[in-house]
Structures are given as C-alpha cells and as structure tokens.
Design a binder for this molecule. Structure first.
Ligand code: ADP
Ligand code: MG
Length: 256
C-alpha cells in the first residue's frame, strides 16, 4: 500500500513560519481530510505533499522517495493535484481539458486508445460526459470544478490531492464528489482533501487532520478528531458534535 509522508516539514515564507515540524504518514485507500482555519497552512501543506513546493526544511516522500527529487513526469503519473483556484487558460472544450490530464502518458506519437478510454472513464466518474463538447468558459462554476476533477482522474493517479474541491459546489454535487472520492479510495486511491465544511469532513473522510497555526492540532478518525476543545483552539468557536438524520454534524454555537 502506497504511503505519502512528510517528516519535520518546515516552511517559512519571507521569514515567517507557515508550517512548523509537521510529520505525517498517510496511507492510500483512505480519504484523509485536512481542516483548519483560514491561513492555517492547509494549501501550503498540500502543495508540499504534492511535491510542488520545496519545504524550507524537512522532506515529503512518496513510498520513501523524496517528492521534490522525482522527475515531474514520474510524479505526475502517480499523483494528481487539484489546486484551489485552477487557472483555465484557454476557451477549450471540456473533453480537451480532461485530455490534458493524460499529458504525462502521451508519447511522441500522440494519443493512444488507452488515453481515450481513460478520458471516457474519468468523465463518467466525475459526471461530466454530457457536456464534453461544451467550451469550459460556458460551464457553471460547479460544472467546471467537476471537469477539473475529471482532468485529475484522467491520469489514473494513485493519489489525488485536492485543495477545497467542494468549495463552490451546490449540496447535491458536494454529495456526488464525496461519494466519488469514497469509491476511489475504496478502489485503492489515496485521497487527501482540504475542506472547510466540518460536517462534510466528518461524513466523507476516514481521518481528519486539524491544522492550526502551521502545526497539527489533532489527527484522528472522524469520531474523535473534532472535539469541542480542538474546535475552540483551532477556530475560536464553541461547537458541539451532534447526530443529525444524515450523519454527524458540527453545530457551531458562538465564538469562544
Ligand atoms: P490555508 O490554505 O490554510 O488557508 P495557506 O497555506 O494558503 O493557508 O497559507 C498559510 C499562511 O501562509 C497564510 O498566512 C498566508 O498568508 C501565508 N502565505 C501563503 N503563501 C504565501 C506567499 N506566497 N507569500 C506570503 N505569505 C504566504
Ligand atoms: Mg488554502
């Protein structure tokens, strides 16, 4: 089973510590959620785990190999990263955008039949096959977000690291993405997501890492990660874990 890990990760930007001594070992086949207040360092941590940011000190590794030492093409074959605010540079058809997810696999002879099949599977999984010929500019924010998920899946990565993939999605599509990530994890993919919606984090993940002020405040299964004292320290709110008809809920009562 593949393991994505980091040891004594430290990131400073302009002399300011953004992450300090974060050590984690994350297994594939699970959905791991990273939560925490704005500015806690979630995106910074995710980009280090994706090998896209060189930490100031410490190392992030995939199965024991330092990510920043891997060839970008090799890394991209194994690990897909979905940024929080992806840039879509051109007015292309949705399918063309998804095909870009095959880039690490395409040889000099262009696309092979495998590539077409992988693009079809990714578009079906993200539920975007119906608008494959639409120009991405004309899609709603939620539709575009799903096309970008399809692009990430087109490379059939072992790992999917997604920065706030639910932001901007309506509740039905949030549920769809949660269900999709669960299925992919059950099939063996390693999924790491940053989330703001704590109730969604409880329902869709196997493990919740609470990041606050650049450090790990809690790292536990959903049932025990979001205890009132953790939420108070992380977010400065009084909140309780309750059971709703659809599953556990975080009820934020007031500022602490
Ligand atoms: P989160 O994703 O949890 O909101 P980030 O990882 O984006 O947090 O940012 C953590 C902290 O690092 C924030 O205080 C942010 O302002 C700071 N930061 C991130 N990137 C830069 C940068 N390029 N220059 C300066 N500060 C940055
Ligand atoms: Mg962020």
């Amino acid at each position: 089973m593949s393991v994505l890990s980091c040891a004594d990760l430290h990131v400073a930007i302009g002399g300011k510590a953004i992450l300090s001594t974060v050590s984690l070992s994350i297994e594939a086949g699970k959905v791991t959620a990273i939560v925490g207040p704005n500015g806690a360092g979630k995106s910074t941590l995710l980009s280090c785990l994706a090998g896209l940011r060189q930490p100031t000190s410490g190392v992030a590794s995939l199965d024991g190999i330092a990510l920043t030492g891997m060839k970008p093409r090799d890394r991209a074959r194994r690990l897909a990263f979905l940024p929080q605010t992806p840039e879509i540079a051109w007015a292309v058809e949705a399918r063309t955008l998804v095909e870009l997810g095959r880039t690490p696999f395409i040889g000099a002879r262009g696309q092979a039949r495998d590539d077409h099949a992988a693009v079809d599977r990714a578009m079906a999984a993200a539920n975007v096959a119906a608008f494959e010929h639409r120009i991405v500019d004309t899609l709603s924010g939620g539709e575009r977000a799903r096309v970008l998920i399809a692009r990430a899946l087109a490379g059939e990565p072992e790992w999917l690291l997604a920065d706030e993939p639910l932001t901007g999605l309506d509740p039905a599509h949030q549920m769809d993405v949660g269900t999709l990530f669960r299925r992919l994890a059950d099939e063996g993919m390693g999924i790491i997501v940053t989330l703001h919606d704590l109730s969604m984090a409880l329902r869709m993940s196997d493990r919740i890492i609470v990041l606050a002020e650049g450090g790990v405040l809690a790292d536990d299964p959903p049932a025990t990660a979001l205890m009132p004292d953790v939420l108070r320290r992380a977010y400065g709110v009084e909140a309780t874990l309750t059971q709703g008809p659809g599953g556990p809920l975080i009820d934020v009562i007031r500022r602490a």
